[in-house]
Structures are given as C-alpha cells and as structure tokens.
Ligand binder design. Sequence first.
Ligand code: GLN
Length: 194
Amino acid sequence: TPRIGVLALQGDVREHMAALTAAGAAAGPVRRPGELAEVDGLVIPGGESTTISKLAALFGMTEPLRERIAAGMPVYGSCAGLIMLADKILDPRSGQETFGGIDMIVRRNAFGRQNESFEAAVELAGVAGGPVEGVFIRAPWVESVGAPVEVLAEHRGHIVAVRQGNALATSFHPELTGDHRVHGLFADMVRAAG
Ligand code: GLN
C-alpha cells in the first residue's frame, strides 16, 4: 500500500485524504519536514496558492518540498496545487513562490469572473471509462508548457491537466466528486515509482 501524504497547510485536505483512501492508498497529513520524509508521494490540495506559499515558508517546508519534487517524488496538485507545481506563475502576488516541478507557466483565476465556478466533463488522457467531472473553482489554466510536459486535458482550448514525469496536475478538483479515478491514477504512479 503506497503511503501518500496530503500537504496540510491550507486547502481541501480532508477531501483528498478521503479520495486517496477510496483509491486504496494510506493517506495522512504532512506539515513538517519529518512527515514529508515518511511518505512515498504527496498531494498538494486546492485552496489558495498565495496562502500555501506563505505557510510553506513559515513551516520550513519550501526547500524540503522543492528538493523531494526535484528528486522525483510523485506529486499531484489540484487547482492551487497545480499553481504550486508550476515553474512559473504569469501573475504572481508579490513574494508568491512555487515549489516547481512542471515546466509550465500558469495563469491564476484564469477562467474569469463570469465563470468563477463551473462544472464540465473533461476527457483526461490516461483515465479510462469516459470523461471525468471537472469542478473548476476560480481555477487556473496552463498558459504554456515546455517540451517535457505531456498535456492530458484541455477545456475550451486551454490546458487544464498535465504530467511531467512523476508530477501530475489538474486545474479542477476531482477530490470534490465521488469519482476516484484521478486519485487512482496517482496511486498507480506512486506504486510504479516505489
Ligand atoms: N484561485 C486559487 C489560487 O490562486 C485557486 C483556487 C482553488 O484552488 N480552487 O490559488
């Protein structure tokens, strides 16, 4: 059973833990470097990327996270978590830093005021059995990607799911649906890396 942590500084931590458990993983919260050292993979939840960035610095987690991600630890980020995995943010708040790991530029709150929250069926490469229900909440999109990045899904012509090596990211929140296929895909990535 893969041990998968959920970065528990801010965001929808409980929902990710429930989805991971349903997908057959052993899930637990990660707040400290010592807890990070004990997991085989990590989820970075949805929430508010500026807050996650600040709290990670406060908890001494920024460098340990960067190092483990760079060393190939499997990692999955949804929404704010996708932003945290971007090598670059198009419109960062002052002082907003990411952990990086995916060679992409993201645009925060990209889908705009009229569509701050919406749901849409999303065809996701690597996930069999039909489209997933994409829950988008003040969601980012991926503005551009570098050569190592595989685009897994687009919505209205914008990239909303990507993978680079052991790093997976979605603009939307599968943890808020009853569908655990994305967490299942991530658990398989963690098993394969172990
Ligand atoms: N807009 C948020 C951010 O910039 C992300 C929203 C979300 O995670 N649902 O971090």
